[in-house]
Design a protein around this ligand. Structure first.
Ligand code: PMT
Length: 411
């Protein structure tokens, strides 16, 4: 699904060494079918020439008020744009935008436009950390401006820290996400699904009966609700859902590594996978030969992916599943507190439900609430689950309560 095809994007380029990366962004946007017009600040033209952007966008590039030929160009451009992205957004440009100034053509267009505004800050790490910049950013975010990045790393000035402009591919994705519609539009979800396999030796493993059907159905429902979905899947016989980025893993450790590699900027994490609680202490390097008598396999606890994500400092909103054979609600509530997550979707296994079945039945529990989703195909349950998650997530964004607070209330 190409959300950028035919969309009108105004790219604002302000002064900074990262301006050269914006040339690549224009190329990527054009390749995705977007119509791109570029407006530079006078400071930006000290880093990249207007001719570069003109060649790549195929449109006249404006830098200065003197380029506003009719005196109304800035209004026409402000109305033309469906999205404005300022990349790089220097500390000075962020200050201009926060204070509603109109002294550059770019700032005037941003002020005159009703289009959603995205900014990709790029500056020296000390400038980024300065209280003035933090205040300007907070002010812009309160007004609904989307801030993309910055990344952390080595800077052009030789210092190391936050302040590198996000990569053009990430900015392309952010623009694309901003055109998504639906309850989860603009959000990034990471979802686990399927079983894990813990190696005993090169040919044997400890696994379970999860088919991945539940997790894949949730991934499709979240995609249909407008989310960008990254699916971390154990070995299953299912095709990757269209429009969902899938990575295949085997062991719980591999699943944890794949999840952690994707968790930055993740808004909601849903753990539908059936992950091993224990794994062999020392998987054999060669096939274990049959011997007479008993054989003992020593196990150790495997990493808990859900609990690890829930304990991260900048954690997403977390949903776990619970597969139980008895006392569903009791175990679900205990598991929610124990793992420190916002919601548990609990299912009883057996009687054609749970593992490797087309149908399921879910009990959703969260702080102060619960909802029973009656027996139905997993695809239908996934849509209901995603709607409930969207409700609670959007509510949580208007309050400050965290699962840690829940635990305090219940203690
Ligand atoms: O794949 P299907 O055949 O469609 O079956 C669906 C399902 C029954 C597997 C699914 O609905 C489900 O219940 N998944 C969770 C199964 C499970 O292992 O539950 P648990 O109670 O052991 O784990 C609780 C939660 O912690 C789960 O979100 C699990 O993903 C997570 N966990 C568990 C262990 C571990 N080491 N790491 C984890 O992240």
């Amino acid at each position: 699904m190409n959300l950028l095809d035919g969309k009108r994007v105004l790219l604002g380029v302000s002064g900074g060494i990262a301006a050269y990366k914006s040339a690549e962004l224009v190329r990527l946007l054009r390749a995705a079918g977007a119509l791109v017009r570029v407006v530079m600040t006078p400071a930006a033209s000290g880093f990249v020439t207007a001719r570069t952007f003109q060649a790549l966008s195929g449109e006249v590039v404006r830098c200065d008020w003197s380029d506003d030929r009719t005196g109304m160009d800035h209004i026409e451009l402000a109305r033309w744009a469906e999205r404005i992205l300022v990349a790089p957004a220097s500390a000075d440009t962020l200050a201009c935008l926060a204070h509603g100034r109109a002294d550059t053509l770019l700032a005037a267009i941003c002020l005159a436009s009703e289009a959603p505004l995205l900014v990709a800050p790029a500056m020296n790490q000390a400038m980024w950390r300065h209280a003035a910049t933090r205040d300007n950013l907070a002010c812009l975010q309160r007004r609904g401006v989307q801030v993309c990045g910055p990344d952390t790393g080595e800077q052009a000035c030789g210092e190391v820290g936050p302040g590198r402009m996000q990569a053009p591919e990430m900015l392309l994705q952010a623009l694309s996400d901003s055109f998504a519609s639906g309850r989860l539009a603009g959000l990034k979800l990471v979802i686990t699904a399927g079983p894990t396999r813990e190696a005993v030796d090169p040919v044997r493993f400890l696994g379970n009966r999860s088919s991945g059907k539940m997790g894949y159905a949730v991934a499709r429902a979240a995609r249909d609700a407008g989310a960008r979905v990254e699916l971390v899947s154990g070995p299953v016989a299912l095709a990757a859902p269209e429009g969902v980025e899938r990575v295949l893993v085997e062991s719980g450790q591999e699943m944890l590594d794949a999840v952690l590699a994707r968790i930055t900027a993740c808004d909601i994490f849903i753990a539908a996978a059936a992950v091993a609680d224990y794994r062999p202490v020392a998987p054999a390097a060669q096939k274990i030969k049959k011997q007479a008598g008993e054989w003992t396999l020593q196990l150790e606890p495997a990493p808990d992916i859900l609990a690890t994500v829930a304990a991260l400092e900048n954690r997403p909103w977390c949903v776990g599943f619970a597969a139980e054979t008895e006392q569903l609600e009791l175990h679900a509530r205990k598991k929610r507190m124990h793992k420190g997550v916002e919601m548990i979707a609990a299912n009883l296994v057996g009687d054609g439900l749970g593992f490797d079945t087309d149908d399921n039945e879910l009990l959703l529990v969260w702080e102060g609430g619960e909802r029973h989703l009656a027996r139905a195909p997993k695809s239908r349950l996934a849509v209901q689950l995603v709607e409930q998650i969207a409700d609670l997530y959007s509510h949580s964004m208007t309050t400050d309560e965290t699962p840690a607070d829940d635990a305090k209330h219940s203690a």
